[in-house]
Design a protein around this ligand. Structure first.
Ligand code: TXA
Ligand code: MG
Length: 309
């Protein structure tokens, strides 16, 4: 994708004025603002209608910029080397003299950080001298956006600018690993857990729980506002049916996440498809069984959360 100098300039101007902008990343679009500014980060919470106690992820260009704000450690270094920039977020201990706004961390002594791979996000981050706090650019508990027009869907003209970066190639949020202490998986995401375990030589698992510390990890999340039923072999006539295996007969209510059982492709298509189904006013979504391996685990996690509304 061509990078337009003009749009980067415009984004920088808004960010410097403590405004929020839509920012493309390879996982999902973010609602970005200066992470060092109380005023700018407060706007994120207001726009998203996000509970103040749900901390934000901070996006950095490189290690030099990160080191000013966080304490690094051996687990972080190993994973950083292998996967960054990319779809992984780290929870790290915050430095006492860090400039990160208290709004971002909800006054905690840890912070979530990530290095997005999207070339436009990287270019933007390189050209500013502050990191960007950016949660997914959707109203709290709605579906995450994967294109500029999805962000417009969510906020209309309430945000000043959206930087266009085409469609997010991963289409699922980053995997979050807490390395502020003994490593722990906080959220499944676009990076397969297996890869993290291989690097750390550990066998970390993720448990789907109802009782969680952070509101961003509640069950009621990623929701299209339509009931979802999982592991359905034969769908009802009027429901939208999500599939990953090509069928001989095709109904007009069939929505393929993949036709080849390709879970990476299915992950990329998940949010776009859910958004599309929501717009078409289906009353029920039914889903073919999705193997609970690799990115399939992340897809099932999101569908389970979305189905508990
Ligand atoms: O792919 C992504 O991660 C996208 C793109 C835009 O980078 N961002 C994203 O942000 O998904 P958000 O705000 O939708 O999800 C951030 C998650 C929340 O569940 C929040 O509770 C958790 O990160 N989080 C943030 N700080 C934390 C901390 N100190 N400890 C534990 N969890 C934290
Ligand atoms: Mg989100």
């Amino acid at each position: 994708m061509k990078i337009h100098k003009y749009s980067i300039k415009k984004s920088i101007n808004f960010l410097k004025k403590n405004e929020c902008i839509g920012m493309p990343t390879e996982t999902v679009y973010g609602l970005a603002a200066n992470a060092y500014s109380d005023k700018a980060t407060l706007k994120i919470f207001k726009l998203k209608k996000r509970p103040k106690n749900n901390p934000l992820i901070v996006h950095y260009y490189d290690l030099d910029t990160l080191k000013k704000d966080c304490h690094l450690n051996k687990y972080f270094n190993k994973l950083f080397k292998k996967f960054c920039p990319g779809p992984i977020t780290f929870i790290l201990k915050l430095k006492k003299d860090s400039h990160i706004s208290k709004n971002v961390t909800n006054n905690k002594n840890t912070v979530a950080v990530r290095f997005p791979k999207h070339p436009i996000a990287r270019l933007l981050l390189r050209k500013i001298n502050f990191p960007l706090a950016a949660p997914s650019a959707n109203i709290s508990s709605s579906i995450s956006p994967v294109t500029k027009s999805d962000v417009e869907d969510e906020f209309g003209n309430k945000i000043k600018y959206i930087l266009n970066g085409g469609r997010s190639v991963i289409g699922l949020e980053s995997t979050i690993v807490d390395v502020s202490n003994k490593p722990k998986i906080i959220r499944l995401g676009g990076l397969d857990l297996k890869n993290i375990n291989k690097v750390l030589k550990l066998n970390l698992k993720y448990k789907f729980k109802n009782k969680i510390k952070f509101p961003g990890q509640t069950k009621l999340h990623y929701s299209p506002g339509v009931p979802i039923k999982l592991n359905v072999k034969i769908p009802k006539k009027k429901s939208a049916y999500l599939l990953i295996n090509k069928k001989k007969i095709n109904d007009k209510n069939y929505f393929y996440l993949s036709r080849k059982r390709n879970l990476t492709e299915a992950g990329k298509n998940l949010y776009k498809t859910l958004r599309n189904i929501k717009k078409r006013k289906f009353k029920l979504i039914e889903v073919e069984k999705i193997p609970n391996v690799g990115i399939g685990q992340t897809i099932n996690d999101r569908l389970k959360r979305a189905s508990t509304k």
